[in-house]
Design a binder for this molecule. Structure first.
Ligand code: CA
Length: 232
């Protein structure tokens, strides 16, 4: 997914850009309103700061909206409720106040993209119920409930968050840094023993339904166990 990031604060822009790229987003970064409006490469979503050096971000928001329906997420240090309301009235799809974590921004992007995508009745029905992983495991993301063979599994809040994160993309190798940032919402440079403890708990509580492989020096990979296939 291609993100147009409009932000004049270089450290903020740089950390957001790096964070988004770690999650697989392509990021084009501009630092003025006029550069945003003259940006010609296609993009799927705009992250728009309101406090820009050359023009008010709200005017940029309005101009972008007049041109088309690309989703716009306003990011702003202004915590003023008026700005939020005006931004939304001018056609922004969502609003994130500074300071924010990369994880929060990604969650907003995903939510906005889900809202604008036309949903088939089948997709809507599937979304209403819990997500199924293999024959044994279901995760109800709305209720934050996990079931193994139909019986609810008691997970600590961070165990649930870790499972929810790793099951977003089964089979993908996630680095310790990505996991710490997503689940503990922290840039983590120290020891990550707490992560190992939580992985061990998930392995124990969900044994037979998932595996979590440790990849030395990198991170972890969650796989769904398919009983049908393994029974051979
Ligand atoms: Ca700014």
């Amino acid at each position: 997914m291609r993100v147009l990031l409009v932000e004049d604060d270089e450290p903020v822009a740089e950390s957001l850009r790096r964070g988004l790229m770690r999650y697989g987003f392509e990021v084009a970064w501009v630092s003025t309103g006029s550069a945003a409006l003259s940006h010609s490469d296609p993009y799927d979503v705009v992250l728009l700061d309101l406090g820009l050096p050359d023009t008010d971000g709200l005017d940029v928001c309005k101009a972008l909206r007049e041109r088309g329906d690309v989703p716009i997420i306003v990011i702003s240090a202004r915590s003023d409720e008026t700005d939020r309301v005006v931004g939304l009235e001018l056609g922004a799809d969502d609003y994130v106040s500074k300071p924010f974590g990369v994880r929060e921004v990604i969650a907003r992007i995903r939510a906005v993209m889900r809202r604008i995508q036309p949903r088939t009745p089948a997709a809507a029905a599937a979304e209403a119920g819990p997500d199924r992983y293999g024959d044994r495991l279901t995760i109800d993301r709305k209720a934050a409930r996990v079931r193994l063979d139909g019986a609810e599994v008691a997970l600590a809040p961070k165990e649930y968050d870790l499972l929810a994160f790793l099951t977003e993309e089964p089979g993908a190798l996630m680095s310790r840094e990505q996991i710490m940032e997503a689940v503990w919402d922290a840039n983590w440079f120290g020891p990550t023993k707490t992560l190992d403890v939580h992985v061990a708990a998930l392995r124990r509580k969900l044994a037979g339904a998932i595996t979590i492989e440790a990849v030395r020096g990198v991170g972890f990979r969650l796989e769904i166990v398919n009983a049908g296939r393994d029974a051979s």
